[in-house]
Design a protein around this ligand. Structure first.
Ligand SMILES: Cc1cc2nc3c(=O)[nH]c(=O)nc-3n(C[C@H](O)[C@H](O)[C@H](O)COP(=O)(O)O)c2cc1C
Length: 226
C-alpha cells in the first residue's frame, strides 16, 4: 500500500505432509499487503493478505488463527449506530420483531435500505419468507422497548404500544421515524443474511433518537463547535 510505513504482524501455522506443524510469527513491511489495524492487540490480517505473502511452492496447508469473537464484537461496537425495531407478520398473522442496529440507508433513488439478521434469530425463518417489513427508528424513550425486542419471547408485543395505521404492520409508537419496506434481494453474509429492501413509505416525528455504541444505549447530544 502506498503511503503507509508500518509493519504487519502475521501469525501462521504450516502443516507439513508428515503432520508436523511450524508456528510463525512475522512482522512484515506492507509492500503489497492490504493495511489492517496498526494498534490492535489481536492479529487482524486477512486471509488474502497472508496468501499474498507466502510463496506458492511451499506445498503446505496454511491455517490462519480464528479471530477472538468477543474482541471483534467490541471493535465493531465502536461504530455507533441508531437503534431500530424491525417487525413483520407471518402467514398465520403472528407478529414478529427484533431489535436491530445493522439497519442502514443505501440509496435515495431508488430508495433502498438494508439490514443484516443473524441466522440464529428465532424470527429468521419468517424474515426469509416474508418480504414486507416495518422499521421503527427508536427514540431515547425506548430503552425498554429495545431491550424487550432483543430477547427471544413468545409475545414481545404484549406490553409495548404499537399501531398498525401506518402500513398495516405493527410499528412502535413514539418512534423517531418509521419505514415500510419490501425486501428485493437477500445476500448471504456468513452467520447473517443481509436483507436489501425498497422503501414504500416513510414518516418521521420530532422525537430524539436512541443511540447504541460500545455495548451501551446512549443519548445523542449536539456538539457545539466554537
Ligand atoms: C442494540 C442491539 C442491536 C442488535 N442488532 C441486531 C442486528 O442488527 N441483527 C440481528 O440479527 N440481531 C441484532 N440484535 C440481536 C437481536 O435483537 C436478538 O438476537 C433478538 O433476540 C432476536 O429476536 P428473535 O430471536 O425473536 O428473532 C441486536 C441487539 C441489540 C441489543
Amino acid at each position: 500500500m502506498v503511503g503507509w510505513n508500518g509493519a504487519l504482524r502475521i501469525y501462521w501455522i504450516l502443516t507439513g505432509a508428515d503432520g508436523s506443524t511450524t508456528h510463525n510469527d512475522w512482522q512484515l513491511s506492507n509492500e503489497g499487503v492490504e493495511r489492517t489495524f496498526q494498534h490492535s492487540q489481536i492479529c487482524f490480517q486477512t486471509r488474502q493478505a497472508a496468501a499474498v505473502q507466502l510463496p506458492d511452492n511451499l506445498g503446505m496447508q496454511i491455517q490462519i488463527p480464528p479471530f477472538d469473537t468477543r474482541e471483534l464484537r467490541s471493535v465493531f461496537g465502536k461504530f455507533v449506530t441508531g437503534v431500530t425495531v424491525i417487525t413483520t407478520v407471518d402467514a398465520c398473522h403472528k407478529a414478529h420483531g427484533l431489535t436491530v442496529n445493522s439497519f442502514v440507508s443505501v440509496s435515495l433513488d431508488p430508495p433502498l435500505v438494508l439490514w443484516s439478521q443473524s441466522k440464529r434469530a428465532a424470527s429468521y425463518p419468517t424474515f426469509m419468507e416474508v418480504d414486507e417489513f416495518a422499521v421503527s427508528i427508536l427514540s431515547e424513550e425506548h430503552i425498554g422497548v429495545a431491550t424487550t425486542f432483543a430477547k427471544p419471547h413468545p409475545d414481545k408485543f404484549a406490553d409495548v404500544r404499537v399501531n398498525r395505521a401506518f402500513c398495516g404492520l405493527p410499528v412502535i409508537e413514539d418512534s423517531c421515524a418509521w419505514l415500510y419496506c419490501r425486501t428485493i434481494t437477500r445476500v448471504e453474509g456468513g452467520d447473517h443474511t443481509v436483507h436489501i429492501a425498497e422503501v414504500i413509505k416513510a414518516a418521521k416525528s420530532t422525537a430524539r433518537p436512541l443511540v447504541f455504541g460500545a455495548g451501551e444505549f446512549l443519548a445523542a447530544q449536539p456538539l457545539s463547535i466554537t
